[in-house]
Every structure is written in structure tokens, then in C-alpha cells.
Design a protein around this ligand. Sequence first.
Ligand code: NIG
Ligand code: FE
Length: 408
Amino acid sequence: MDWDQVWIDLNIATMNPENSEPYGVIRDGVMAVKDDKIVWLGCRSELPEFDVLATPVYRGNGGWVTPGLIDAHTHLIFAGNRANEFEMRLGGASYEEIARAGGGILSTVKATREASEAELFELGRKRLNALAKEGVTTVEIKSGYGLETETELKMLRVARELGKHHHVDVKTTFLGAHAIPPEYKDKCEAYVDLVVDEMLPAVLAENLADAVDVFCENIAFDLPQTQKILAAAKAKGLDIKLHAEQLSNMGGSALAASLGAKSVDHIEYLDEAGVKAIAESGTCATLLPGAFYFLRETKLPPIDLLRQHNVPMVIASDYNPGTSPFCSTLLMLNMGCTLFRLTPEEALAGVTRNAAKALGIESKVGVLKEGMQADFCLWDISSPAELAYSYGRNPLVHVVKDGKLIHQ
Ligand code: NIG
Ligand code: FE
């Protein structure tokens, strides 16, 4: 066998649903890599002969291997922070009240408009490093703190640059419809036209986005406005997704499902009809426990209904300065289990297999099997549930990305 590297003495949580063991486990497993692909994976007892002198062999010392983690929902490019609003909320103000008074997303918009591309790149790079140190190999990054063409493009360019200069793969999402900017106060329709007629074509012209997202909520965009933006994006061949049912039940998820959205995100207020709609369209449910926790939300997303209807559940950090200032995908595994009562296996699927589906990259990453991209993590843990159980002692030992051992 002509292989580039072989990993032995591992337990492999393949997350491959074709393997009926919990976590798709292969005990005493071996994985072989050639170029950027996994070319052989199985039990050591079945390992074919290979040239042991010519092939580097790495030992996992009985640790666990998982697919590289995928954080499918972040807003990690922003300037400033909102600790002052945290204090206001602790004093009794609600997220909606702060937003309606011109704070919230708009205060981050002000800081982000003022920041240079280089400053945003540096901020983004540090945050991406923090995620990578916990095993993230693919991340989605949204715009949405510009709310004017120039700054939306600036954010997306920074996201694309980060993807070029970092081993972590970056998928970008245009979220021009994140809030109504001060210049368009009381002129929301005109702002939607700007998003569709000016921003979207400019984003497409520079190939800056893989997907389009909208914040469908009573403090942001209503259903007809959401429909207009998502339909325009879909017509241009972009993936679509939606911030839906976060603070109230607007029917955004059913709309997004009818347009073939990849995911609906947050969804605390999603009802059974909405769950059925996304189940039928194959849309993923992205759960964001960091935002649930930080806003001290009490309404739980409809986890049991999602299970009953076999909706793929994703877990993501939603890393942003307002509702989820947590630059950690691993922490979300614990929060997904403690707050939403996911099983550790569901939580891990939410940052691997299902996250890949939500980003439309499930044919390449998210599970470990022959032919997939060689993106994987080696962890110093004695069972995969440990990843969700404990937080703070980072158990990551090695990351392999595109077949290369990453030194970080
Ligand atoms: O995912 N809900 C809308 N957007 C973000 C919050 C952004 C912010 O407050 O800065 C979210 O929760
Ligand atoms: Fe978000």
C-alpha cells in the first residue's frame, strides 16, 4: 500500500451512520491517509500490508479520534464588545429593549464600520486560532455588522482572507439583513431593496458568499421581507439559511423550508407544524445553546419533536458579542447536553456529521470513512462522551487537516 501516513492504536468515533455502533466506533482502529484523503480505515486486525519503512506511523496511545469539528454558525468578525449591555441586562433590561433603543446589533455595527480590514482580520485570526485549538477544522462566518454595502463586503473579504491564510476552512454567509441600519429607520422596505438590488449583486460579483441568511424576527425582518431576500439568493444559486424563531414564532422556519434552506437556526419558538415543514425539506435544525444560556432564555427548542421527525440537529457556538460571547465549540457540546438534554452522541453529531450537512459539505467532511477529506482530531479521552462532559482541560492532542499534521 502506498500511503503517506498511518495512524494506529486509536479508538475511532467515525460518526458514520452506516456503522451501527454508538458514535460509529471502531475499537483498536487504524487510519491511513494519502494526499488529503482517508484511504483506509478499519480494525487493526484487518490492516493490509504496507511499507512500514517508507510510511510514517503515528500512535494514538489508545486515545480517541473524531472528525474535525465544524462550527456551522458564527459571527466571529466584529469589532468592540458589548459588556456594557451585559451589565444592562443584569440590571433588568431585555435584549429586545436594548435593540429597540438603538443598542444591540447596531452598537457592534458602529464599531465594525469604523474598523479597518486589517484590524478585523487580526481580531478574526485570533478567534479562529481559539476555535482551532479546540479541534475546529471548518467554520462558517457571517457578515451582518456592516448593514451598508461597503462594510458588508469588507467583512466578507476578511472572512475569505482568513480562509486563505488559516488551515481552518471558512464558509461565508452574507447576512446583510441582520438589522435595520439607522440610515433606514422607518424605511425597512427600502433597506430590503438595497440588500437585494445592490448588496447581493456586489457580493456575487466578488464571489464573497457561499450562503445567505436573514434575521427573521419582530425586531428585524418580517416574513415577506425574508421571503424576498431568500428567494433572490436562491435564484442566484446560493445556499440559504435563516435565524428563525429565536424570540417569537414568526413562521420563518416553514418559509425557509419551502425554499429548500440548509438550516434554520435558534428555533426556541418553533412549533410542531414548523418541525414537520423542516423535516419534509431536509432542513437541519441548528441549536445555539450559548445564546439560550446568555439571554437566560427559558423556552426550550422542541428537541423531542425534532427527534421524532428525524431532523438532523446541529450545535454551533453562534459566537458573537451580543448573545453568545463564547469562542468555544467544545463548550457548546456541554451546553447542548446540560441545557437541551441532547445525548453526548447527538451533540458530537451536531458539530460533525450534521454540521457538515448544514453547510452542504457532507460529501467531503463530517464523518470518517474512506474517500473523505482527512480532517480529524486525536483526543486524550477515555470515551467520546468526555468531550461533552468536561470543559476547560483541553484534551486535544493532534489535528490533521487535509492530510497534514497541524502544529499549533
Ligand atoms: O445569532 N439573532 C441575531 N443575531 C445574533 C445576535 C447578534 C448580536 O446581538 O450581535 C444571534 O443571536
Ligand atoms: Fe446568529
